[in-house]
Each structure stands twice: as structure tokens, then as C-alpha cells.
Ligand binder design. Structure first.
Ligand code: ADP
Ligand code: AMP
Length: 213
């Protein structure tokens, strides 16, 4: 099963993608996580990505597509994957589509997690992330068992640099201009499904399971 998660930054794509990955036994592939891991390791890729991420802008398509195609070519992706944060532009979606077509394959579901802009800023300022294992929490809605510490690996939780309010506003603008058109793209392909992302994360997941079967 090949799934694409769509939705504004902070809509809950990562939260749901991790639950899908666990339930359906497929890898969770997040381009944002790949970039953050590279930033943490101080690689050239990380340095380049950070210059865009800190401003709330998108990393250029050419670089992002290369990273994503390398990742999905790995063995663990053979039986499917859930993409979180990719594609984010029409050219990215077109390259992915063309690569899958070459393999006589296609995306099965594009799930749009729908959350209005008003809710997003609150979500992002409360998000806490583990930069070691990629787990995410929310200080009010999805708190870790011990404040500031990751349940999964015991590392310190941080507010992401790009979750500061000014950057979030820019990320929302970028989302509306460059990413929202993908809703049309996947609607035309007949694979778009929308879920209400404003309800509790367990309820969102139930709605997704009802779609995926
Ligand atoms: P995205 O991957 O779309 O950027 P995340 O999954 O990281 O979004 O979620 C953004 C923030 O909102 C996180 O702090 C997360 O814990 C929290 N969150 C996710 N889903 C819900 C929900 N259904 N209700 C409330 N908060 C949520
Ligand atoms: P995310 O973790 O998905 O919220 O992504 C964090 C940041 O990484 C984004 O704001 C972008 O700067 C960058 N990024 C992640 N995925 C992509 C992508 N598919 N295309 C371009 N930039 C991306």
C-alpha cells in the first residue's frame, strides 16, 4: 500500500503517518525527518536544507526529489510506504507519479488531514519534537509521560526552530500557494480522501482506518 499524507504544516500528518506505519507494517517516510537528521549530523545536505527550513521555505525540488527517490528505492519500501511531507509541490508529485508509472505502480491513497489555519498556530507552538527518534508530542493534547522527555527514547524534547510563530505564518503561506494544489492533483487521479483533522488524534486515525480498510 502506497500512501501520501497531505495537509497544512501541523495538521497532524506525522502523528497519523506513524500510526499508519505501525498498524499496516509499512515504513513512515518523512522528508522533514530526513532533513532534520542531516542537520543534526552536520552533513552538506543538512546545511543546505537548513537555510530554507529556518525561513519556512521549501527545500528545492531537485534536491528533495533525489533524497525521496533514494529512500523509497530501499528494500523496506518494497511493499509500500506512507509518505509524510512529500510531495509538497506539483513538480514533486509529477516526478513521483512518473517514477511509479515506470514500475507499473501508483499511489493508492492521498489522505488530506484537514485543519483550518486558525488551529494551526496553536498546534505548532505546542509541538515538541524528539530530534533523536522523530517522535512528536503536544504539550496539551498529546503530552509525553515526563515533561520534556521523549517516551520512546528518553532524549530531550525541543521546540523546532521552524515552529516559531513568524516562521509558521510563512509556512502556511507556502502551503496554500505550493502544496494545496496537490489536493486537485490527487482528486483527478481518483485517490484523494479527506479526513477532519480537528478531532482527537485517535478519532482521526479511526477515520483513516475506515478508508484504508
Ligand atoms: P504535521 O506532521 O502535519 O506537521 P504533527 O503530526 O507533527 O503535524 O502535529 C502537529 C502538532 O499537533 C503536534 O504537537 C502533535 O502532537 C499535535 N497533534 C497532532 N494531531 C492532533 C490532534 N488530532 N489533536 C490535537 N493535537 C494534535
Ligand atoms: P516537515 O517536517 O514536513 O514539517 O518539514 C519541515 C521543513 O522541511 C519544511 O518546512 C521544508 O522546509 C522542508 N521540507 C520537508 N519536506 C519537503 C518537501 N517535500 N519539499 C520541500 N521542502 C521540504
Amino acid at each position: 500500500m502506497k500512501i501520501v499524507m497531505l495537509g497544512a504544516p501541523g495538521a497532524g500528518k506525522g502523528t497519523q503517518a506513524k500510526m499508519i506505519a505501525k498498524e499496516y507494517g509499512i515504513p513512515h517516510v518523512s522528508t522533514g525527518d530526513i532533513f532534520r537528521a542531516n542537520i543534526k549530523e552536520g552533513t552538506e545536505l543538512g546545511k543546505e536544507a537548513k537555510s530554507y527550513m529556518d525561513k519556512g521555505e521549501l527545500v528545492p525540488d531537485e534536491l528533495t526529489v533525489r533524497i525521496l527517490l533514494d529512500r523509497v528505492a530501499q528494500d523496506d519500501c518494497k511493499n509500500g510506504y506512507v509518505l509524510d511531507g512529500f510531495p509538497r509541490t506539483i513538480p514533486q508529485a509529477e516526478v513521483l507519479d512518473a517514477e511509479l508509472t515506470k514500475l507499473n505502480d501508483a499511489i493508492d491513497f492521498a489522505i488530506d488531514v484537514d485543519v483550518p489555519d486558525e488551529n494551526i498556530i496553536r498546534r505548532m507552538s505546542g509541538r515538541r519534537a524528539c530530534l533523536k527518534c522523530g517522535a512528536t508530542y503536544h504539550i496539551e493534547h498529546i503530552p509525553p509521560k515526563q515533561e520534556g522527555i521523549c517516551d520512546a527514547c528518553g532524549s530531550e524534547l525541543v521546540l523546532r526552530d521552524d515552529d516559531k510563530e513568524e516562521t509558521v505564518k510563512n509556512r502556511l503561506d507556502v502551503y496554500h500557494k505550493q502544496t494545496q494544489p496537490l489536493i486537485d492533483f490527487y482528486t483527478k487521479k481518483g485517490v484523494l480522501k479527506s479526513v477532519d483533522g480537528t478531532v482527537d488524534s485517535a478519532e482521526v486515525f479511526s477515520a483513516i482506518k475506515a478508508i484504508l480498510g
